[in-house]
Design a protein around this ligand. Sequence first.
Ligand code: NAP
Ligand code: HSE
Length: 423
Amino acid sequence: MQIGLLGLGTVGTGVVELIEKNNNIIAKRINEHINIKKVLVKDLNKQRSPLVEGKITDRFEDIIEDEEISVIVEVMGGEEPALTYIREALNRGKHVVTANKEVISKHGKELLELSAKNDVNLLFEASVGGGIPIIRPMKRCLSANQITKIMGILNGTTNYILSQMTEHGKSFDEALKEAQLAGYAESDPTDDIKGFDAARKIAILSSIAFNTRITADQVYTEGIDSVSQADIQYAKEMGQVIKLIAMGKKHENSVEVAVTPILLPEDHPLASVGGPFNAIMVEGNAVGPVMFYGLGAGKMPTASAVVADIMEAIKNNNGGKLNCTCYYDFDIMDPGEACSSFYIRLRVVDKPGVLAKIAGAFGENEISMAKVFQKNTINGTAEIVIVTYDVPFRNIQDALSEIKAYKQVVEVSTVIRVEEEHK
Ligand code: NAP
Ligand code: HSE
């Protein structure tokens, strides 16, 4: 079985090495030997592994026009030219395996329709959980369930940064640099830090879970750039940890989908997921909660999913393909309507009546406070931390815009959602 590989970076190199390492057992499992025939790169002058000697090209035509190549593996990343290349491969009747969440989260509908029209596979297991199997388990093993909720840590870079800040008191920049060196981060780490990478992944996962198309731009997204060491320490004092959580929840006629930092109780199953590890909790109406855990990024874990997809594409050549499963068209819930408990940290002038004024704004907006404490007085200003009971996000936004206008309020430093005790 001849493969055309588009991209030879972190993931592409892993794919080449894994096929070399496990080819015998792979061949037994699918009754075919996999051979990477050609590899597309951008820069012909870069030093490459001897495993791809004589196979490198910088011309896509060399690959797409090769009739012997029946599977195209896209691990270049970015929207273009990856999207155009995937379209062309599907139109020419070639199976496509991709790890590209940007393309799938934006253009999944069109590409899945194209793959069905051309009766070929379009597989993208690595695009969500890296090495963690999640798409096939959802589409196959959990397909008898109605999925009610997905909650996960879907970005290794941010989880690594938050873990290093929590466990070792490291600075944000130091931890980011380490994550980049280890190959977890996207080429532009803004996508990781601002939550865009996780938003793409939860868009793909929620579309599959709730059978309705959700694109990344419909996901309410906050990153970890507003989380400081002070918040991590307050969370610790309250027996909680801060994680960047991607969440999809089915309501009666709508779907709530968001990526935000969340304070989790220390005994929550996702709280102990540390370093670059990812984890996804799925709740089905028959199976109950199921948890998937593993490495969501890195060379070999991601290659594990990509090569398994190549094998699946070859096995499914004559049927059994995983087609689009978006049968419904649910509304996306307005983020202002989504209810949660909130942690709010603000700095105010340390004078009588200031707390009462803040409490007044909360009361007017029907926000009930569960905890309030004041600490760290510096130069006549005090830090106030408030934890609310469950309330729609819009009420918090309205109260805070009033509070920000008070001259005694120096700043509203952080607003983070709080997950209730795990039941
Ligand atoms: P990477 O290390 O930046 O590698 C990209 C490769 O694609 C390089 O070999 C580059 O060529 C080639 N390339 C880029 N643009 C090209 C163009 N226009 N024409 C030809 N070749 C081009 O990226 P990566 O980390 O392997 O990620 C690849 C994909 O996998 C992305 O979609 C990413 O989101 C996804 N993914 C990555 C991970 C991970 O852990 N890294 C995990 C899950 C999913 P040169 O070598 O010549 O520069
Ligand atoms: N940059 C991603 C992460 C890896 O840190 O999880 C690719 O999905």
